[in-house]
Design a protein around this ligand. Structure first.
Ligand SMILES: Cc1cc2nc3c(=O)[nH]c(=O)nc-3n(C[C@H](O)[C@H](O)[C@H](O)COP(=O)(O)OP(=O)(O)OC[C@H]3O[C@@H](n4cnc5c(N)ncnc54)[C@H](O)[C@@H]3O)c2cc1C
Length: 301
């Protein structure tokens, strides 16, 4: 079966197909074993072929953005990973509305809006993911979330049909957009407003400085590991139970920001997962608080 769907991937699209690609090269925390096939569809037509084929043949697939919110297990991913970041990254503005394909980086989206003198995206500068991953995770920073400015999201269903859903019909919540597991975000439309370029740039600069001051950006990580519980920031509780700087192997709780696990160089996914579980237990035992994961752990257990 594995052999069959490897070959099928190759014949299906003109975009690149890699076999046994180490997922540590495609995730920001740099852990994770090989994926059977990694496909880079060139456009919507190729994406449609890939998704409908996978659905018809029961091939499991993972949609991959920039892998900045993912911990891939050491055994890797069975089936296909489908990545939109090489090709599907067009962006355009129509007045104050910006439309961006899912593979575009959030960084580039913010830069584009600055060039157009449009305001609304400044808080998102520095989030290292894609438009698709950002919408899926309802990414947010400094009190803003993507759901606040999204007008509509275009989705591909598992049968390859493309549907556009307006904001009112979408179920966004804290770091989540609820869509069926096999649907793919292909595009988002955002409502921005006219602003003064110098002021927009000033705001971007200050958000970017705050990020540099508070986050361990010199090491590989997957951003915030846990969602902030109603009782307060996850990092505060992790720090209070004395875990800043705590390590399992090469995975360490950052001493700059306790809600970040950093990879000191050669961490395995298992070390990262063991550390997450250790934090969950300790914070629960000592504070009675259940931490919920923000990062998604994927791959063969
Ligand atoms: C240093 C650092 C700082 C960060 N700061 C922030 C922050 O301030 N705020 C914040 O919210 N996040 C932050 N993050 C986390 C992360 O960048 C965001 O969640 C980002 O939106 C994830 O995008 P991605 O493209 O990397 O998604 P991935 O990690 O590739 O995927 C995340 C999930 O979305 C799914 N997915 C991705 N693309 C699609 C698609 N097109 N269609 C359907 N599903 C899809 C994947 O299958 C996966 O389940 C940070 C991460 C790092 C490493």
């Amino acid at each position: 079966m594995t052999r069959d769907y490897r070959k099928a991937a190759l014949g299906l699209i003109k975009g690149r197909v890699l076999f046994d690609a180490p997922m540590k090269q495609f995730t920001s925390i740099k852990v994770g074993g090989p994926v059977d096939s990694l496909l880079f569809p060139k456009d919507l037509v190729e994406l449609k072929k890939v998704i409908s084929y996978a659905t018809a043949k029961n091939i499991p697939f993972l949609i991959l953005g920039k892998g900045t919110n993912l911990v891939v297990r050491d055994r890797g991913v069975r089936g296909w990973a489908i990545c939109l970041t090489q090709w599907m990254k067009k962006v355009r503005a129509d007045g104050e509305v910006v439309e961006a394909e899912a593979g575009l980086s959030i960084q580039r989206l913010v830069q584009f809006s600055i060039q157009k003198g449009l305001t609304g995206l400044e808080p998102f500068f520095g989030i290292p993911g894609t438009v698709g991953g950002g919408l899926m995770m309802n990414a947010g920073a400094w009190g803003a979330e993507l759901k606040d400015i999204v007008l509509s999201v275009t989705l591909m269903r598992e049968d390859g049909e493309v549907v556009e859903r307006p904001r009112q019909k979408l179920k966004f919540s804290y770091r989540q957009l609820a869509i069926p597991a096999s649907w793919v975000i292909v595009k988002g439309r955002f409502q921005l407003s006219k602003g003064r370029k110098e002021e927009i740039l000033e705001r971007v600069k200050s958000y970017s400085e705050m990020r540099r001051r508070t986050q361990p950006l010199d090491y590989p990580s997957a951003g915030s590991i846990f969602k902030n519980p109603p009782e307060g920031p996850a990092g505060k509780w992790i720090e209070e139970v004395g875990l800043k700087g705590f390590r399992i192997g090469q995975a360490m709780i950052s001493d700059r920001h306790a809600n970040f696990i950093i990879n000191l160089g050669k961490a395995t996914a298992q070390e990262v997962i063991d550390l997450m579980e250790f934090v969950e237990r300790k914070v629960y035992e000592e504070k009675g608080i259940s931490l919920e994961r923000e990062v998604r752990v994927v791959g063969e257990a």
